[in-house]
Write a protein that binds this ligand. Structure first.
Ligand code: PMT
Length: 221
């Protein structure tokens, strides 16, 4: 577009799922395809930003002009984000990061035994968006909230608890939006404001969300 409200700004975002290894051949993950995050990366680039995309394992092509860093686990994603965050103006956390990972990663393939049940102990992963929002030199920080009920209530709780500048909430209980779908709908909240972005293709929705982010960024900087 002719107007590039993000020109001269560095924007980092996370996208896709993470994989938390159990052993050399197995992992715990989720259904994130990366479509929403990759659409945001392309839209941010089109609006003039210098974009770094930190992506979990997905089968999508890197949008033109976007710098991509591939990661696997939540810990890898945390390390990649923290290594580059100090120069960023805007950070968007769209990845579906595993909240927990297996406490012990077996160094050899776990064997089936005669027991009918198996217990895997999990341990908490670092919260990437909360860590970014807690930085002394904090970028404008946008989180996502994936909820299956009470979307608004949990989104507002995350906005506050994680010290975010903005949160985009989506309902992930159906298959017409959210995980893996080509479409999505978002309810966007910030301190003292809210905007609903109705069901649309993720590409169009990404442009609308980035336009809103650019406006809030410039209003507050
Ligand atoms: O990838 P798609 O198939 O296109 O699907 C898009 C999506 C549904 C994954 C996306 O729109 C979305 O909702 N992403 C956030 C998914 C998520 O993990 O939400 P959450 O409510 O569990 O987490 C809240 C926020 O904290 C998110 O910004 C998340 O990136 C961040 N987080 C969570 C845990 C963690 N350890 N570190 C984080 O940074």
């Amino acid at each position: 577009p002719a107007v590039q409200p993000l020109a001269g700004l560095k924007l980092m975002l996370t996208a896709g799922p993470t994989r938390e290894a159990l052993d050399p051949v197995r992992y715990i993950s989720n259904h994130s395809s990366g479509k929403m995050g990759f659409a945001l990366a392309a839209a941010a680039r089109a609006l003039g930003a210098d974009v770094t995309l930190v992506s979990g394992p997905v089968s999508l092509a890197t949008p033109a002009g976007v710098q991509r860093i591939n990661v696997e686990s939540a810990q890898n994603m945390y390390d990649a984000v923290m290594a580059g965050i100090d120069v960023q103006h805007i950070f968007i956390a769209c990845a579906a990061v595993a909240d927990y990972a297996p406490k012990i990663v077996a160094s050899h393939k776990i064997k089936k035994t005669s027991a009918d049940n198996m217990v895997v102990e999990l341990t908490k992963n670092p919260d990437i968006v909360a860590a970014v929002a807690a930085l002394q030199q904090k970028p404008f920080t946008v989180g996502f909230a994936a909820e299956t009920r009470d979307v608004e209530k949990y989104a507002l709780d995350k906005l506050k608890r994680k010290n975010l500048d903005m949160i985009a909430a989506n309902d992930v209980s159906g298959s017409d939006r959210g995980f893996n779908s080509d479409q999505n709908a978002l309810s966007v909240f910030w301190q003292g404001g809210l905007q609903h972005l109705p069901l649309a293709d993720k590409t169009g929705l990404a442009e609308q969300l980035l336009t809103l982010i650019a406006k809030r960024y410039h209003d507050t900087h």
